[in-house]
Design a binder for this molecule. Structure first.
Ligand SMILES: [Zn+2]
Ligand SMILES: [Zn+2]
Length: 170
C-alpha cells in the first residue's frame, strides 16, 4: 500500500483559540497528538452539525483563560465523558473522557486559525452525512477505530512531518 501523505503545515506555536463571546481563551503549547473527524450521531447532535472535530492534545499543553462550565454524561460504551463550555455563550471548547485522563480533545472549530487542519482519519462513517465525501486513501472506520487510534495517530504524525519538510503553498 502506497497511501499518499497529505502534508499539514501547522502554524507556529502556541496555537490559540476561544469561544464566540471572547470570555474563554486558550493556548496550545505543543503539536497536537492527532486530528480526526467523528461522524457518529452523538457528535452530530452535540455540534448541531454534520460531524465532530477532535484535536487531541496532552492536557498539560493546553492552558485556558476564563472559567469553563462542565457537563458530564455516559457514552454508549459506559465511559464517562465531560464537555467543557463557555457559560456565557455556550460554545463547547473541550471534550474529555475518563478513559484518557491525560488528554483533552479541543473542539477544533474554536481555533483562531483552523485553515491548516486536514483530518488524519474518520470514525463512525456508518452514520456520516451522505454529502460528506471522504478521499479514497483516507483512514476511515465504520465505527470507532478498532486499534484505539494507533493508525490515525501515526498518520497525523507523518502528516506533520511532511509539512515540516515541504514549504507551504499558501
Ligand atoms: Zn463565550
Ligand atoms: Zn462521535
Amino acid at each position: 500500500m502506497n497511501e499518499p501523505i497529505q502534508p499539514v503545515h501547522m502554524p507556529p506555536l502556541p496555537l490559540t483559540g476561544g469561544c464566540q463571546c471572547g470570555q474563554i481563551r486558550y493556548q496550545i503549547s505543543a503539536a497536537p497528538m492527532l486530528y480526526y473527524l467523528c461522524h457518529c450521531t452523538e457528535c452530530q447532535r452535540q455540534t448541531a452539525s454534520a460531524f465532530g472535530e477532535s484535536l487531541r492534545c496532552e492536557s498539560e499543553t493546553v492552558s485556558i483563560t476564563g472559567d469553563l462550565a462542565t457537563i458530564s454524561w455516559s457514552a454508549a460504551s459506559g465511559t464517562k465523558r465531560h464537555g467543557d463550555y463557555c457559560p456565557s455563550c455556550g460554545v463547547r471548547i473541550l471534550h474529555r473522557s475518563d478513559a484518557r485522563p491525560g488528554n483533552v480533545n479541543v473542539k477544533a472549530g474554536t481555533l483562531d486559525d483552523a485553515s491548516w487542519l486536514k483530518p488524519a482519519g474518520h470514525s463512525w462513517t456508518r452514520s456520516k452525512r451522505s454529502f460528506v465525501a471522504i478521499p479514497a486513501d483516507d483512514l476511515a472506520y465504520a465505527e470507532g477505530p478498532p486499534d484505539g487510534f494507533t493508525a490515525i495517530t501515526a498518520r497525523w504524525k507523518a502528516m506533520l512531518e511532511a509539512g515540516r519538510k515541504s514549504p507551504s503553498e499558501t
